[in-house]
Design a protein around this ligand. Sequence first.
Ligand code: ADP
Ligand code: MG
Length: 263
Amino acid sequence: MTEQTQATDPKKPVPSQTENKPDIIRVEGMNKWYGDFHVLKDLNLNVRQGERIVICGPSGSGKSTFIRCINRLEEHQQGKIIVDNIELTDDIRNIDTVRREVGMVFQHFNLFPHLTVLENCCLSPIWVRKTPRKAAEEAAMEYLERVKIPDQANKFPGQLSGGQQQRVAIARALCMKPKIMLFDEPTSALDPEMIKEVLDVMIELAGSGMTMICVTHEMGFAKTVADRVIFMDGGEIVEEAPPHEFFTNPQEPRTQKFLEQIL
Ligand code: ADP
Ligand code: MG
């Protein structure tokens, strides 16, 4: 719960100016249960192309479950989720298509430990997108340069710091040329001195026009890049507002209490 991104304000991306853009994600009346436990309650969310959404809320409020539903790592039982005009249903072809368009970055990096950084980055482009190996490697090197670690390409994940591993995870996701990037607490497992190097990469990505949904408690990041901040509690979207309103004038008592605890 830090203001790590304050120092990066000069890099603040231009406002996303997405008012006239079409929705790339639509969530309508979505409910999910784990057995008897009603984990997500009547969620509604429209995200326009290029928008940057930050989701925050207490542990256990359903943030991870929600974004995992958006690329069908979890399935919902009621309501609709439509991603890039494809409704997520049991149809495996739709799921495969959506997974190609939606990149995800996890708290614990989830790199393949037995593959080098370069191999981690090339695996899906080669096997899923059928990109020829040489082209995949060239593209991967460009993304590794973008996250500022081309010199680590032939190392294994275990030889890298946490911040470097997370930047590899971001590069790996970008190698699939996704239309949407989901981040689930990407800096929570990092030592404080490594948080900024990952947030800087995310800020740069936001500036490039990527549609992003980020679960994070980095409120400095939220203020710098978010178009909207969403507060979840108990499986519900309790409040949603642009960052300046969200932080200065939260409407709901649950949001106020949460902000008092973290700011
Ligand atoms: P958050 O990311 O906001 O911390 P989660 O989405 O991880 O919250 O979890 C929301 C709730 O669902 C929590 O109470 C958690 O214990 C529960 N939960 C998460 N995953 C499962 C699962 N696979 N089976 C049953 N309950 C789960
Ligand atoms: Mg979580």
